[in-house]
Design a protein around this ligand. Structure first.
Ligand code: GLN
Length: 308
């Protein structure tokens, strides 16, 4: 089993120096005005360990739009509260396509390929809404509980912008509904989906909040959100599907379960050891942070912490 160096701050400084040339590369997400204005030169990275350490470098305390990273928490909560029935409504195979693609839904009769593309996350959100009555509230409660930050919340400007420019996600939702795979009104599911994407968190908060995935499903106070087997499964789906149509490349370069978002964040898990979150807004063609992937690759190689 890999060991983290005692001097984590020094390690993070080294990673930052090694990837400095990639910061600012790529394109900041511009599908909504509220994200297009985020400065592309930001870089933050944080590591939270199962033995209780939290260290960061750069802009690791600055909050950003977590976007698709929210899909990890939505999935974990839904599995934790509702068990494995969800897998009858959403698959767990990599899509090999863009995160907002409609194409496969037609072939697969409204059953999305996996929970980490938009279509799959809409189905998860629908189920979480049925189970809790407030999908966004449930995700926020989990995040606030794990971080101890009661002020964590939704950036309503981003949420409104998502809704105003959300026709493609709406199309996905109505398509799924037309195939009978949606229990709630599509507009309510969309509203919750947009609000979850618009949650603002820092690298430090995300790394801390996701530690249950490195602890076999146990929350900070010892309560269990997921069984060991469920935690393994969430990590497995992150590894195979967490970076959209670049999931293979991400596994090849980083070799850790990871989930990216178009806000430029990527959350990665080293089972039994730590979580790592990196943020840098410049994205590649698939919507993954360029400096973020480079930093996680460097971290995994320097620490020998890849699951492979
Ligand atoms: N809000 C974005 C969308 O729904 C999230 C996508 C992402 O982060 N990949 O398209």
């Amino acid at each position: 089993m890999p060991q983290l160096p005692a001097d984590l701050p020094e390690l993070l400084e080294q990673v930052r120096a090694d990837v400095a040339g990639r910061v600012g590369a790529g394109k900041v997400a511009d599908y909504i005005p509220a994200l297009a204005s985020v400065p592309g030169d930001r870089f933050g990275m944080a590591v939270a360990t199962v033995d209780g350490r939290l260290h960061g470098v750069g802009d690791w305390r600055e909050r950003f739009s977590i976007q698709s990273i929210s899909k990890v928490f939505g999935l974990a909560l839904t599995l934790g509260l509702d068990g494995d029935l969800l897998w009858q409504r959403v698959g767990r195979e990599p899509s090999g396509g863009p995160f907002n693609s409609l194409v496969q839904l037609e072939h697969e009769k409204g059953v999305p390929r996996n929970p980490f593309i938009n279509a799959g996350a809409l189905v998860v959100t629908d189920r979480l809404l049925s189970v809790t009555g407030d999908a966004t509230g449930a995700v926020l409660e989990l995040l606030r509980g794990e971080t101890g930050e009661p002020g964590l919340g939704v950036d309503s400007l981003v949420a409104e912008s998502e809704a105003a420019h959300g026709d493609l996600n709406a199309a996905l939702g109505y398509f799924i509904s037309a195939h009978g795979n949606m229990d709630n009104p599509v507009r309510s599911v969309l509203a919750h989906y947009f609000r979850q994407c618009a949650i603002s968190m820092s690298c430090g908060e995300l790394a801390w909040a996701a530690l249950f995935l490195a602890r076999h499903g146990s929350l900070h106070d010892g309560r269990r959100l997921l069984s060991e087997v469920q935690a393994k499964r969430v990590n497995a789906v992150m590894l195979t599907c967490g970076a959209y149509d670049a999931a293979g490349e991400f596994a090849y370069r980083v070799g850790l379960p990871g989930k990216s978002g178009v806000g430029g964040g990527i959350l990665a898990v080293v089972p039994r050891l730590c979580t790592v979150c990196v943020w840098s807004p410049g994205l590649d063609e698939q919507g993954n942070s360029i400096a973020g992937v480079a930093a996680l690759e460097r971290f995994a190689d320097l620490t020998g912490s890849s699951v492979f």
